[in-house]
Design a binder for this molecule. Structure first.
Ligand SMILES: Cc1ncc(CN)c(N)n1
Length: 223
């Protein structure tokens, strides 16, 4: 599955952090089923809080978009986050006796604050491309992780539902559309040779920083 040209270039430029993100011990624990349930639930509650702020950042992308097609693509992502991805968190936590009130009343971990506010700042202080560069590791990294784990996980991992959410058609379509949005937004603003633009290095750096914040986010589940 390809998520577009800019993603491929930024992904390569962000090594070895990209692999540290997508092959983190937490991810391997999901794959082989050894991740302790308590760690998973700690992560899921923090991730629920993360997704609330992350949805706000995609809503900011609607504001920063340059035309109706970009607005539609960003608002579709807000909808996917709020009405699909977060259901996984609510249902899994509810089955473990953690209700929504308990989730929203959990204090945000510092790493969580650092990540979502970094993304929000990219959008507030920068333009649409700055914001997209900071948003992409989240969306596309989980797409890549989901596909790999669906292929390589042990058959009886208790984390099959999580894996299926990110490997599933809905999430993979969202990834393909996000990658296409990124390529088209770059082409519209920087032309056909974006790597030659003076902005390219900063955009690459934003993607790399968000990737490092993803690595740190997995560690929340180990608290
Ligand atoms: C921290 C984080 N990064 C990415 C995703 C996938 N949208 C997520 N749910 N949480």
């Amino acid at each position: 599955m390809s998520y577009g040209q800019a993603f491929e270039l930024w992904r390569q430029a962000s090594q070895p952090d990209w692999d540290a993100y997508t092959h983190h011990p937490f991810v391997e624990g999901l794959r082989d089923g050894t991740l302790p349930r308590a760690d998973f639930l700690t992560y899921l509650v923090q991730d629920y809080l993360f997704l609330i702020n992350f949805s706000r950042a995609w809503a900011l992308a609607v504001v920063k978009a340059g035309d109706l097609d970009e607005m539609r693509a960003c608002s579709a992502t807000v909808h996917t986050l709020l009405d699909h991805e977060m259901s996984l968190h609510v249902q899994t936590c509810s089955a473990a006796g953690i209700d929504i009130e308990a989730m929203v009343n959990t204090p945000e971990a510092m790493t969580n604050i650092a990540y979502t506010r970094y993304v929000m700042d990219a959008g507030l202080s920068g333009d649409f491309l700055d914001l997209l560069a900071a948003l992409m590791p989240c969306v596309l990294g989980y797409g890549e992780i989901g596909l790999r784990l669906a292929r390589d996980c042990v058959p009886d991992t208790p984390y099959r539902e999580w894996i299926d959410t990110y490997a599933g058609a809905d999430y993979q379509t969202a990834c393909a559309e996000a990658g296409a949005l990124l390529d088209s937004a770059i082409r519209k603003r920087l032309g056909n040779q974006p790597e030659a633009s003076p902005r390219w290095a900063m955009l690459t750096k934003r993607f790399a920083t968000a990737t490092r914040l993803e690595v740190a986010f997995w560690d929340l589940g180990r608290a």
